[in-house]
Design a protein around this ligand. Sequence first.
Ligand code: NAD
Length: 326
Amino acid sequence: METVFITGSAGFIGFYVAKALLEQGYAVVGYDNLNDYYDISLKRMRINILERYGRFVFYEADICDMDGLEKAANAYSIDYVIHLAAQAGVRYSLTCPEKYIETNIVGTFHILELCRRHQIGYLMYASSSSVYGEAEEEKLRVDLKTDAPVSLYAATKKSDEVLVHTYCKNFGINGLGMRFFTVYGPLGRPDMAYWKFADKILCDEPIEVFNYGKQYRDFTYIDDLVDGVLGLFSYFKKLKKKGAYEIYNIGSGNPVELMTFIETIEEVIGKEARKVMCEKRIGDVEKTYADITEIQRVCAFYTKTHIKEGLERFYNWYREYNRKDA
Ligand SMILES: NC(=O)c1ccc[n+]([C@@H]2O[C@H](COP(=O)([O-])OP(=O)(O)OC[C@H]3O[C@@H](n4cnc5c(N)ncnc54)[C@H](O)[C@@H]3O)[C@@H](O)[C@H]2O)c1
């Protein structure tokens, strides 16, 4: 049985990726420090679900703690690493920059060291659409320049890409970077707009509409994203050469304007939002639009979930979740 080491396994995406791999028969070693960036009980809930699978073990530890990582790697023979732990969020990087440097740069360096020391030949890791910054071209192709990030979060994600590239070339590790585009869905992230909008609409609180609604995001439903990650994983593990380094976008390839997104949430909830129109925020880009040609070249990736359907699924789950909490 092959073993996959997944960092950030208590997180939104890590949880779904771990679950999908367990369902495919892999053993999964999960690793997450369960920090309080958002509600820890949601992270525990995800881990409880994963623990129902006999082939899942969990380490509550920090990727900045090399001894913690060594302990996990000495206890299990790891075939693949999927590194998803990170300090996420553009906004928080303005107020707490050190968290981003620690987790996203020092933490990723430790994951690379782990691969080198334990001769783990395959590392997939999460990057972000934010590395494109304010790109001149509308459709974001993986070969566009990404040297002008507009947030510290994006800068740390770009740094990860560069660090992984170096380790791949120096130590024969195969590396595959995934630039995720605004992922949403059930058991998602309370710090993201779709969740905050739902909270505020239900409490009759006004929502802030940044850049006067003239923003586009390539919203990607979690099931579609996981299909992409798994598609890339089966392609990647067949690579025989050493020191390969590749990057892919995983997005829906279908940008939605912020105002349309809000209207869709209103429709799903059945209530109009009180809106306060605001200027563009520091760190935000105007548009993300994933070019998915590259991922489609190596696996059968296509997005199936329309934004309305995805938001309905989120909202159905969210209502149940809040009911349990009450
Ligand atoms: N969700 C999105 O829209 C999106 C978009 C682009 C990129 N990404 C990237 O995808 C990855 C997963 O994101 P997510 O949405 O699941 O976020 P998340 O915050 O839900 O998950 C990240 C997990 O990493 C854990 N973690 C953070 N710091 C850690 C540390 N020092 N040691 C161990 N664990 C730590 C957290 O506890 C959390 O459970 C991240 O790398 C993120 O930057 C996400």
